[in-house]
Design a protein around this ligand. Structure first.
Ligand SMILES: [Fe+2]
Ligand SMILES: [Fe+2]
Length: 309
């Protein structure tokens, strides 16, 4: 019989004289799944059902598309989203959304700040939060007073403190200094606690400690003037000077309120503040011009560190 034809006489396309096993291997490797039957196989061999299965699989797989590998979805690839995000960010920093800035939601990182003076940045952040604490304390203080004139005086001071807070915030926004959430919380609690305590500690002590606090606040603003000058900025002298003078007026108001109290000499001796002693060197009867603001509170930081050490 002629080689390459099966026993039934059907012509076989393969003419190479490979052994049967090797032919099957070559057919598989070339992707020919529907390989021809071996001439050595019988007509009704076990290969026939296998061919049927393979053909069926080919048909089915051709009808059903294979699952393509889908790359993970990246939200940044949405057209225009980057532009929208940049626009939103600039809007949040603007005046329209200043309330978010006030709560510390929009906080530029430290390297983005325009003021390279850590002590000044800290002073502004502290002043901003402490002014609110003072306002809360004076709300409680005014509420605890009976005399309507005294009540009105303390309420006016509370308004001044809110104004100071807004002025300080303007400065912070100008230099993109973030509001400290830690200081906000800390001074919120302090202010509320002091305000509440005013209802329980009588008339004298709220006046005394408010006066002592104001006495220290005076120099905070004059020290800020000096800090600004050290980096060549004089643009805020007027507002800082005015706030410092206003704090001195608060101190004097509280001094007057308790000048005749019998407890004052004892408290003055123990807490180093009263009619004779003060934590600043300002005299409202002889106020220096703004240009000479640096002459005030020159030893304030040193005195403060001595007291705290
Ligand atoms: Fe203030
Ligand atoms: Fe004040």
């Amino acid at each position: 019989m002629h080689k390459g034809a099966d026993p039934a006489g059907i012509a076989h396309p393969q003419t190479t004289n490979y052994p049967p096993v090797q032919r099957s291997f070559l057919a598989k490797r070339s992707g020919q799944l529907n390989f021809p039957p071996s001439p050595h196989c019988a007509k009704k061999s076990t290969v026939q059902p296998l061919r049927l299965v393979l053909n069926s699989y080919g048909l089915v797989s051709a009808l059903i598309p294979r699952k393509e590998k889908v790359p993970p979805f990246d939200i940044r690839e949405i057209p225009g989203l980057r532009k929208i995000c940049a626009h939103l960010k600039s809007m949040l920093k603007s005046q329209n959304f200043s309330f978010l800035y006030n709560f510390g939601i929009v906080n530029p990182s430290l390297h983005e700040m325009k003021l390279d003076h850590p002590a000044l940045v800290k002073s502004l952040q502290t002043a901003y939060s402490a002014e609110r604490a003072a306002s809360f304390a004076y709300i409680g203080h005014a509420g605890s007073l009976i005399n309507p004139d005294e009540k009105a005086g303390v309420k006016q001071i509370e308004k001044d403190e809110w104004n100071h807070r807004s002025h300080v915030l303007e400065l912070m926004k100008h230099y993109e200094i973030p509001v400290s959430r830690f200081l906000e919380l800390k001074f919120f609690l302090i202010g509320k606690a002091i305000g509440l305590s005013c209802y329980f500690i009588g008339r004298f002590m709220p006046y005394f400690f408010a006066g002592k606090l104001e006495s220290g606040n005076v120099c905070e603003y004059f020290v800020m003037i000096r800090y600004f000058h050290s980096v060549g900025i004089t643009a805020h002298d007027d507002i800082l000077f005015e706030m410092g003078i206003r704090e001195k007026e608060h101190e004097v108001f509280f001094q007057k309120m308790i000048k005749d109290e019998k407890w004052l000499p004892w408290f003055e001796k123990f807490f180093s503040w009263g009619i004779e002693k003060s934590l600043n060197d300002l005299d409202l009867n002889a106020v220096l011009p703004v240009e000479m603001a640096e002459r005030y509170c020159r030893h304030f930081r040193a005195q403060k560190s001595e007291r705290t050490s």
